[in-house]
Ligand binder design. Structure first.
Ligand code: PGA
Length: 273
């Protein structure tokens, strides 16, 4: 049984002074114990957000991690540096593929460092508009998943509870959305690819796949209506408490329906003590 996860990617927004109050407001407006809530602020805001949401059941993620464990890499952040600040990390976001020229091979090494550092990776994949228009979307995403994960031990990825976010590049920050059924098809394709990479059938079936790309409280329902989609990675709307309240509220409906359908959610996901 897969959890329902709403992850907020704040990108390069907020400040250490503003992040705590914002995170606290989001926390207080999204108290849905059935939904896994993750907030990913900029590195310099991690401590403020951690302190602000202590005891709220919100989990904290970083937006990136370096592919090397340590060394002469000015300005970068290693997995070890994130200990005590974050328990999740986004890797392979399309903005980093675009602006930092990250390749699938580098992204795979980031996933490895994340796992070593006890960080749960959210691996982002997604095609460009030209790929979708040319009918290549599935192929591109398959290549990204294989390129990042192909060299990694399936057992480690399963143990590290990898999450994949399908984010079509043309839908990020544009107000354009994928069609729910296209995203759902991609989620299933991603599970087939990890099965090809050596995951067992049940392991592949348990891989959480999120949708990302201009998700709002108005359109989240279209994605969560798809049983193969397990939540969202939310950018712009994640800075707005009203939007987050709507998104997490809708996610809770799906989470409750899944529980009512008889499936047991892994209690570790929800940090139920
Ligand atoms: P968006 O960003 O919701 O602003 O489109 C999503 C993302 O980049 O993760």
């Amino acid at each position: 049984m897969r959890p329902v996860i709403i992850a907020a990617n704040w990108k390069m927004n907020s400040t250490p002074a503003a992040a705590g109050p914002l995170a606290r407001e989001i926390a207080s407006r999204t108290r849905e114990p059935t939904v896994v809530r993750v907030v990913c602020p900029p590195f310099v805001c991690l401590a403020a957000v951690r302190d602000a949401v202590a005891g709220e059941g919100i989990q904290i993620g970083a937006q990136d991690v370096h592919q090397e464990p340590a060394g002469a890499f000015t300005g970068w952040t290693s997995a070890a540096m994130l200990a005590g600040l974050a328990t999740w990390v986004i890797v392979g976001h399309s903005e980093r593929r675009r602006d930092a020229h990250e390749t699938d091979a580098v992204i795979g090494r980031k996933v490895a460092r994340a796992l070593e550092g006890g960080l749960r990776p959210i691996l982002c994949v997604g095609e460009q508009l030209a790929d979708r228009e040319a009918g290549r979307a599935l192929q591109v995403v398959a290549d990204q998943v294989r390129g990042a994960l192909g060299g990694l031990d399936p057992e480690r990825l399963v143990e590290g509870r990898l999450v994949v976010a399908y984010e079509p590049v043309w839908a990020i920050g544009t107000g354009r959305n994928a069609v729910g059924s296209d995203a759902a098809e991609m989620a299933e394709a991603i599970r087939r690819i990890v099965a090809d990479l050596g995951w067992t059938g049940p392991e592949a079936a348990a891989l959480p796949v999120l949708y990302g790309g201009s998700v709002t409280s108005a359109n989240i329902g279209e994605f969560l209506a798809e049983p193969t989609i397990d939540g969202a990675l939310v950018g712009g709307a994640s800075l707005k408490p009203d939007e987050m309240a709507g998104i997490v509220g809708r996610a809770a409906m799906t989470a409750r329906a899944r529980v009512d359908a008889g499936a047991a959610v892994d209690r570790r996901e929800l940090k139920i003590r």
